[in-house]
Design a binder for this molecule. Structure first.
Ligand code: 5GP
Length: 192
């Protein structure tokens, strides 16, 4: 009998290095497909439509939301983000593993769908480090950085609801841990 794919959910506070980790992970693990979310947020310098996100206007997002085209969606920092449903369900059905990089609200919505997903939380080594990274990134205003730090505190408080926590002290060891989780989950006999 053909095995269904595994859904991996990755959450992390903004600025904790999640995007780099996801990119490196997908490059280095076989048959792991990263879902591209849709968002109403404008692209940051260097971001490409269809690669980093699918960038759409708010009316278009709301239309898709009404048509139930999202597996989950959430409002984060005043913008809408959603995971396109059809393609992911198709990938899982045909046996491919899928990685979603989404916020805590979205992860909790997925949990209610009982898809047997694996939940991984990436912790920054400290809030001070997170602040430094957000400042160095130079993409956010001072107010936006404070807002992201406030939300980070709330998200970190939810990390205990995940199956795994990885501290991103060093990129390479965080990546090793992530790969180890994926390999172990692929060998698991039973899935909840
Ligand atoms: P950013 O704008 O910094 O790329 O992302 C802001 C937050 O939105 C991050 O926590 C990111 O993981 C989350 N996010 C990205 N795509 C989605 C999505 O499709 N659904 C949900 N719930 N959150 C998302």
């Amino acid at each position: 009998m053909k095995k269904k794919g595994i859904l991996f959910i990755l959450s992390a506070p903004s600025g904790s290095g999640k995007t780099t980790l996801c990119t490196r992970l997908v490059e280095s693990v076989d048959s792991l497909y990263r879902s591209i979310s849709m968002t109403t947020r404008p692209p940051r310098p260097g971001e490409k439509d269809g690669m980093d996100y699918i960038f759409i206007e708010k009316p278009e997002f709301l239309k898709r939301q009404k048509r139930k085209e999202f597996l989950e969606w959430a409002k984060v920092f005043g913008e809408h983000y959603g995971t396109p449903k059809k393609h992911i369900l198709h990938m899982l059905k045909r046996g491919s593993d899928v990685l979603l990089s989404i916020d805590v609200q979205g992860a909790m919505k997925i949990r209610r769908l009982k898809l047997g997903a694996v939940y991984i939380f990436i912790l920054p080594s400290s809030l001070a480090m997170l602040k430094e990274r957000l400042i160095n990134r130079s993409t956010d205003s001072k107010e936006a950085i404070l807002q992201r730090l406030n939300i980070a505190r709330k998200e970190i408080a939810c990390s205990q609801k995940y199956d795994y926590i990885i501290v991103n002290n060093r990129l390479e060891s965080a990546l090793d841990n992530l790969r180890a989780i994926i390999i172990a989950e692929r060998c698991r006999v039973k899935r909840n």
